[in-house]
Design a protein around this ligand. Structure first.
Ligand SMILES: Nc1ncnc2c1ncn2[C@@H]1O[C@H](COP(=O)(O)OP(=O)(O)OP(=O)(O)O)[C@@H](O)[C@H]1O
Ligand SMILES: [Mg+2]
Length: 447
């Protein structure tokens, strides 16, 4: 990286330049502020380090001028003792950081590297935001949790490539949504996205559905018919519920993935296609492979890029945003306000049907609502009645019930672990006196 070093102290300049060059930076020095600005106008520098107190112009002036010329450059100011206030003002004016004299080599390098890293992070974030917001349209998707952000990032990255993608997640987690996002943000978006729901095609027809057939191949085949692979040529094919694909077809699919070619039913001609494969399943394919119910070679072919979508109960942070999103989607011009208790209640439910279930519930609540205020009273009882804990953790109560002692022991143990065995802290967190905690520890054998 290129560094412009501005300081009227000739010796200091030389020493710093030497240190920086030793660490791989390319350094140009200027012994006057004006000279520094002049150099900056002529050449490009990623980093500017400038003293504040200089005879010709103040470092703050240098900063302002350079900032006006260039928003990206990293600017670090050097202050003598007593001018820390200046330095703080400098940061307000757009400096990235400052060094107070005297400083060591380590400190200088540290400050520079930190500024570089922060800038890189900034750039990456800005890029991602820009992609998410503008070029790529993900406005039909809520992804606020860290886990969904990861999924989104991966989706954007993979969309650009031709890589085969395997999307795994429980029912209703948004697998199809991601599959569509991949296709419609890929260079193939002008070509078709063909969805094949593997288990819902009648068994005797699936082969002709996928690969087509020629006239007379079987009773009813009155003319040639293109299969879905051929229809998707140039585009993408979405193989939904791939875990339920019949075994003999698994072998055929593997061949398509390897050779990009197949033969229609009853035909002798081989057809070559250019399709991007996106597959999805709510089954554990790895397990199916172990059980020899899914071909291992096909599994590896499909999961070139695996995308795993977490169940909603593992990313409850998304729930308030999803509620907001679905309320807007189903409000049909009416205005609704969901109370914070209602949101909390919905957030505490485990959502076995994931986002789809939440979407259905919101649609239903809005359809039945007589008022613009949505409160707990609007929420079906099987949801609002589920066990509520302020922290958002839920205890799974078995069918046959659970002993209160067991729950108590579990909670004490958990908090004890969190506090690293600190009893006073544990007692405070449980809101009980310390001696009561000690008594229970003894009772539950947790000492
Ligand atoms: N992150 C999300 N943001 C907004 N809507 C979502 C999100 N995830 C899922 N949905 C919505 O939830 C519903 C179910 O999603 P989708 O059909 O993609 O799930 P799926 O994983 O394919 O489920 P299944 O396994 O049952 O086929 C859709 O209406 C979809 O738009
Ligand atoms: Mg689906």
């Amino acid at each position: 990286m290129r560094v412009l070093l501005i300081d009227d102290d000739f010796n200091l300049c030389r020493v710093l330049a030497h240190q920086l060059e030793k660490n791989g930076y390319q350094v140009t020095t200027a012994n006057e502020g004006k000279r520094g600005i002049e150099l900056f106008r002529k050449q490009s520098f990623e980093i500017v380090i400038s003293d504040i107190q200089m005879p010709d112009i103040n470092g703050i002036e240098v900063l302002k001028t350079i900032r006006d010329l260039n928003k990206e450059a990293i600017i670090i100011l050097i202050t003598a003792y007593g001018t820390v206030e200046d330095a703080i003002r400098a940061c307000d004016l757009g400096a990235d950081d400052f060094l107070t004299k005297p400083f060591g080599q380590e400190q200088l390098l540290f400050i520079i590297e930190k500024a570089v890293q922060i800038q890189q992070l900034h750039n990456e974030n800005a890029l991602l935001k820009q992609e998410v917001a503008g070029k790529y349209k993900f406005d039909n998707m809520v992804a606020d949790s860290a886990r969904m952000q990861e999924v989104l990032k991966l989706t954007i990255q993979v969309a650009r490539s031709n890589a085969t993608v395997l999307i795994t997640g429980e029912s209703g987690t948004g697998k199809e949504l991601i599959a569509r996002a991949i296709h419609y943000n890929s260079p193939r978006k002008e070509k078709p996205l063909i969805t094949v729901n593997c288990p819902s095609i009648p068994e005797n027809l699936i082969e002709s559905e996928l690969f087509g057939h020629v006239k007379g191949a079987f009773t009813g085949a009155i003319k040639d018919r293109k299969g879905q692979f051929e229809q998707a040529d140039g585009g993408s094919i979405f193989l939904d519920e791939i875990g339920d694909l019949r075994e003999d077809l698994q072998a055929k699919l593997l061949r398509v993935l390897q050779e990009h070619e197949f033969q229609p039913v009853g035909g002798s001609k081989t057809i070559k296609v250019d399709v991007r494969i996106i597959a999805a399943t709510n089954r554990n394919l790895e397990l199916l492979v172990k059980q020899k119910r899914f071909r291992e070679d096909l599994y590896y072919r499909l999961s070139v890029v695996p995308i795993i979508i977490a169940p909603l109960r593992e990313r409850k942070e998304d729930i308030p945003f999803l509620i907001d999103f679905f309320v807007k989607k189903y409000s049909e011009g009416r205005k609704f306000k969901v109370s914070s208790e209602a949101i909390k209640t919905l957030q505490n439910y485990e959502w076995p049907g994931n986002v789809r279930e939440l979407e259905n519930i919101i649609e239903r609540i809005l359809a039945l609502a007589t008022d613009s205020k949505i409160t707990i009273a609007n929420i079906p009882e099987y949801i609002s009645g589920s066990f509520y804990e302020p922290s958002g953790t839920t205890i799974n109560i078995p069918e046959e019930g659970i002993a209160l002692d067991t729950v108590e022991r579990m909670v004490i143990k958990e908090i004890l672990q969190r506090t690293g065995g600190n009893r006073s802290k544990t007692a405070r967190m449980l809101q009980i006196p310390r001696h009561v905690l000690l008594y229970r520890l003894k009772k539950f054998g947790l000492e």
